[in-house]
Design a binder for this molecule. Structure first.
Ligand SMILES: [Zn+2]
Length: 490
C-alpha cells in the first residue's frame, strides 16, 4: 500500500524549498504540475456536461488540482484540466463547482441492498419481502444522494436481484452501479438455516461437491463475486474459489478463528469481510499476516458496523431523526424503521450481542495492525445493518479510518481507485480520468481537512447524468411512493 505524506504539509515544504532553492523556471514547472498543466488532455470539440471550478481530488492520491475543469460527453469523461487549459465547448450544460471539492463517485465494497436500517431483521424480512424491488430502489437513493455511485452487494436473493439488475442495465431504473454475490453460501445446520432470517438467501452445503454446485448456480444467475459465508471449511472454499477463478470472478467471505482463516486463504479465498470478535478477531498472528501479504488478500474492515450503535448512544437524534433518511424514504417505511429505534436492545439480539465498545476497540486494533503491515484494505460498511444507514455509512467508515491514523488523501483513494480495482472495475471507474465513466461528486467542503465534510454532497453525477444537485436530469429509484422525484434529495 502506498504511504502518503500529508499533502498539505508536503505542499508547504515544496513552497519553502522552492522559495530558497528553485529558479523561476523551476517554479513555473512546479506551478504547472500543481495546477494541472503538466498532463493536459486535448481540447474536445464536443461535450454534454462541464464541471467548472473547484479543487479536484482525482482518486489517484496525487496533488489536488485547483480551479479544475472536467468535460463529459454522454457517459464518459473526455478531458480533465483547469479553467486555464480547457474551454467549455458550446452547447454543454455546466455545473458550477467553484469553491467546492470535485471527486470520483464513492464506492462501498460491502452493502446489503435488502435492508435499510431497521433493527429487527426477522420482522423486516417477513414484512418487506414482497416489496423488495422498492427497498432496492430506496437503498440506491440513500447511497446516490450521499455520493456513493457504486456498491458491492454481499447478500440478497438471486431471483430478486437479477430482476433489479436488469432494470438498472436497461436504464428503466436509475440506481447505483451494482455488483452482487446474489446470495450466501454456507455450511450450517439445516435447522439453523430454516429459522435464520437470511436462510432464504443462502445455499447451504455440506461438502466440497455441494459447494461447487452452489458456486455454479450463483455464477449462472449472474453473480460477479461469490460469498463464502460462515461454516465453510478449506475444501469447500477451494471448490467455490476454483469455479469463481475459472470465470474471472473472486471470492469474499467470513473467517472463523485462526486455523479457518489459514485454510480459507490457502484454498483461494480472495477477501475477508469484517475485523472484530465475530470474524477476524483478536491480534492477528504474524503467520496470518504473512499469508495475507503473500496471497495479496483484501480485507474489508467494516469498522462502522461496530461503531454505528455507539454513535447512536453519543448523538441519538442524528440517527433517530435523520433528515436524510426522512427525506429519501417513503414516510410509512421510515415510520416503521423509526419505531424500531425505540428498542436498541434488538440490535444486540440480532447480532448475538457482539456489538459493543470492546468489539469496536478490537476492530480498531486489528485495522491498525493490518494497515501498518501493508495488507490491502478496502472501504466497506455492511450497510444497512441496524442503524447503519446508507445515507451516512461510507462517510463514517472513511472518517473512522482517518481517526485511526490513515491520511485523508489515502482514505479517499481507497474508497475510489482501490475499491474499483478490487471490484475489477479499475479501467472504468474510481478516478477522474479521461476515458472513464463519468461518476463524479461535488462536495461543499474539503474532506482533506475534515472527512465529515462529505456529509455535504452538493452534486452527484452518475454515468454522465446529474442525479442530485442543480439541474438534476434523472431521478434515482422508480418507487411509486418515492417522496423525491426531483432528483434533488438531501
Ligand atoms: Zn454483510
Amino acid at each position: 500500500m502506498t504511504r502518503l505524506t500529508n499533502p498539505r504539509m508536503a505542499g508547504l515544504l515544496v513552497a519553502l524549498v522552492a522559495g530558497v532553492l528553485l529558479t523561476p523556471r523551476h517554479m513555473a514547472a512546479q506551478q504547472e504540475r500543481r495546477y494541472g498543466g503538466g498532463d493536459k488532455d486535448p481540447q474536445p470539440t464536443k461535450a454534454t456536461l462541464a464541471i467548472v471550478g473547484g479543487m479536484l481530488i482525482d482518486g489517484t492520491a496525487g496533488t489536488p488540482v485547483s480551479h479544475s475543469l472536467i468535460l463529459i460527453d454522454g457517459n464518459k469523461i473526455v478531458a480533465v484540466g483547469t479553467k486555464d487549459t480547457l474551454k467549455v465547448p458550446p452547447g454543454a450544460k455546466t455545473v458550477d463547482a467553484g469553491g467546492m471539492t470535485v471527486m470520483p463517485g464513492l464506492i462501498d465494497a460491502h452493502v446489503h441492498m435488502d435492508t435499510i436500517g431497521h433493527t429487527d431483521y426477522q420482522y423486516w424480512h417477513q414484512t418487506y419481502r414482497g416489496r423488495i424491488q422498492e427497498i432496492y430502489a430506496i437503498s440506491s437513493r440513500h447511497m446516490l444522494f450521499s455520493g456513493v455511485t457504486t456498491a458491492l452487494d454481499l447478500g440478497g436473493k438471486m431471483e430478486d436481484l437479477a430482476g433489479y439488475k436488469k432494470k438498472l442495465q436497461s436504464g428503466a431504473e436509475v440506481g447505483v452501479r451494482l455488483k452482487s454475490t446474489m446470495g450466501f453460501i454456507t455450511d450450517l445446520s439445516e435447522s439453523y438455516v430454516a429459522t435464520w432470517h437470511r436462510g432464504y438467501q443462502t445455499i447451504n452445503v455440506h461438502n466440497a461437491e455441494d459447494a461447487r454446485g452452489a458456486a455454479l448456480k450463483y455464477i449462472a444467475s449472474g453473480a460477479e463475486v461469490l460469498k463464502a459465508y460462515t461454516g465453510l471449511n478449506g475444501p469447500e472454499v477451494k471448490a467455490i474459489a476454483d469455479e469463481a477463478h475459472a470465470k474471472g470472478l473472486w471470492v469474499t467471505g467470513h473467517v472463523e478463528g485462526i486455523q479457518n482463516t489459514i485454510d480459507r486463504l490457502n484454498a483461494g479465498q480472495d477477501a475477508i469481510e469484517h475485523t472484530g470478535g465475530y470474524a477476524l478477531g483478536g491480534k492477528v498472528p504474524d503467520e496470518v499476516i504473512k499469508l495475507m501479504l503473500t496471497r495479496r488478500t483484501w480485507v474489508c474492515p467494516t469498522l462502522v458496523t461496530n461503531g454505528a450503535q455507539i454513535d447512536a448512544v453519543e448523538w441519538p437524534e442524528f440517527w433517530t431523526d435523520s433528515q436524510r433518511m426522512k427525506a429519501n424514504t417513503p414516510p410509512e417505511i421510515w415510520a416503521d424503521i423509526r419505531r424500531s429505534l425505540d428498542y436498541p436492545n434488538r440490535v444486540l439480539t440480532n447480532f448475538g450481542g457482539f456489538v459493543h465498545w470492546r468489539s469496536a476497540d478490537e476492530s480498531k486494533e486489528i485495522f491498525q495492525q493490518l494497515y501498518h503491515a501493508g495488507v490491502r484494505l478496502l472501504v466497506g460498511t455492511d450497510a444497512s445493518t441496524p442503524l447503519n444507514f446508507k445515507t451516512d455509512a461510507l462517510i463514517r467508515e472513511m472518517d473512522l479510518m482517518v481517526r485511526y491514523g490513515v491520511p485523508p488523501m489515502e482514505v479517499i483513494s481507497m474508497a475510489t481507485r482501490v475499491n474499483a480495482e478490487y471490484m475489477k472495475m479499475g479501467s472504468q471507474i474510481g478516478t477522474v480520468t479521461a476515458g472513464k465513466l463519468a461518476d463524479i461528486i461535488v462536495v461543499d467542503g474539503n474532506p482533506l481537512q475534515d472527512m465529515r465534510d462529505l456529509r455535504h454532497v452538493a452534486v452527484v453525477i452518475k454515468d454522465g447524468k446529474v442525479v442530485k444537485g442543480a439541474a438534476a436530469d434523472a431521478a434515482p429509484g422508480s418507487s411509486p411512493t418515492s417522496p423525491t422525484k426531483s432528483g434533488d434529495g438531501r
